[in-house]
Design a protein around this ligand. Structure first.
Ligand code: ASP
Length: 379
């Protein structure tokens, strides 16, 4: 859903309207206009980067009832509110903004992902960079999806969120949003795919994951590392621009609202194989991702059943892992020559699920799907 833009009232920043409790700084050069880069270039010879912020909800857009409440709050603020809470950026960039939807990220479905992708693409076409505010619970899925589907035109796309609601003492939203805007306006951020910035760290949206359910220092990609850091208003990258190994681009259409259903099954001691039967027979899923117990380990009886059903129905099964770090190599796969059982390599279950959905959506056959996962050292 897109809220109206350009009209009076709701999206006009009123410097004297303050209904949020943290300090508000003077703001210049903020607009929700859809002005193009060309029109801006005409009037200003040496122009600042024009950054579009897309609001989608999350804790960063939430309010609690007390300053110590850090759980059980609700999404309550628009992107306009969030922008009015950050320090002046008028020497760094010009900001445009749009509310794409306003949800707790647990409510995001493929439909919202496709909408957000379309809006981000549109924003990239007319701006120098894009910032997306997002709930932290599922932002690693959105970042992976956007990374795989956007035509970046060499421009930065930065996702940020917060672990504490806006009303919390030491709320992290304003600084995370501020940093994301500075990162998006920085030329060094180009050619790196989707970036995720929280808590002063800059990570690759392809690999990054939420590692802690509560702490501010939550977003990590342990084995792959951070790309950079934000200190004293400076963006520091540790390496020149590069894209993740094996990353490939997929096309999605603006007319699509859904993608093939792929589910994740979480393995554990005494795993009940009935779940697999249900997924295949009753839910008719197009694919399954197994969160295996180690580097691809599942009980023998589970491997046997997955092998049998996947070959019978032509359903790809990705072997991913419960562990946050490490990978599932091909060498870990059951030795039954079943082409439908695929090692997930370095991707965690939630990212493997999105990659398999994109492969199936693109009509890839099993050989091609294996090749895609071989890009992340699985296959
Ligand atoms: N439940 C929130 C969300 O993902 C958590 C957060 O943003 O930190 O929308």
């Amino acid at each position: 859903m897109t809220l109206p833009t350009g009209g009076p009232g709701l999206f006009d920043i009123q410097e004297d309207v303050r209904d949020i409790e943290h300090p508000v700084f003077h703001v210049k050069y903020r607009t929700n206009s859809s002005g193009t880069l060309e029109s801006f270039e005409d009037s200003v010879p040496e122009r600042l980067p024009v950054i579009k912020i897309l609001g989608t909800g999350g804790t960063i857009a939430s309010k609690g009832s007390t300053a110590y409440q850090t759980a059980g709050y609700h999404v309550d603020l628009t992107i306009e509110h969030l922008i009015s809470s950050i320090p002046d950026l008028s020497h760094t960039c010009e900001l445009h903004f749009e509310q794409v939807f306003n949800l707790d990220s647990k409510e995001i479905t493929t439909k919202e992902l496709l909408t957000l992708k379309a809006r981000t693409q549109e924003a990239l076409d007319n701006h120098d960079g894009v910032v997306i505010t997002h709930g932290t619970d599922s932002c690693e899925e959105t970042s992976f999806f956007l990374d795989a589907t956007l035509d970046f035109q060499d421009k930065p796309v930065v996702i940020c969120g917060s672990m504490r609601p806006s009303t919390s003492v030491s709320a992290d939203g304003p600084s995370n949003l501020y940093q994301a805007c500075v990162v998006a306006a920085d030329k060094q951020s180009r050619g790196r795919g989707v970036l995720v910035t929280l808590n002063d760290k800059i990570g690759s949206g392809y690999y990054i994951t939420k590692s802690d359910a509560n702490s501010l220092d939550s977003f990590k990609s342990l084995g792959h590392g951070y790309l950079g850091n934000f200190v004293n208003n400076e963006v520091h990258y540790y390496y020149p621009s590069a894209l993740p190994t094996g990353r490939i681009s997929f096309k999605t259409s603006i007319f699509e609202e859904t993608m093939p259903e792929v589910i994740i099954l979480y393995a554990h001691q005494s795993f009940n194989n009935e779940l697999i039967n249900m997924a295949v027979d009753r839910m008719k899923v197009a694919g399954i991702v197994m969160a295996t117990m180690g580097a691809g380990s599942l009980p023998d009886r589970t491997n046997a059943q997955l092998g049998e059903l996947s070959a019978l129905h032509g359903i790809p099964i990705i072997y991913s892992k419960r562990s946050m770090d490490g990978m599932v190599p091909r060498g870990s796969m059951p030795k039954n020559n079943n082409t439908y059982l695929i090692a997930g390599g370095y991707l965690n279950p939630q990212k493997s699920r999105i990659l398999l959905q994109l492969c199936l959506n693109a009509g890839m056959d099993i050989k091609r799907i294996r090749k895609v996962f071989a890009g992340v050292y699985g296959g």
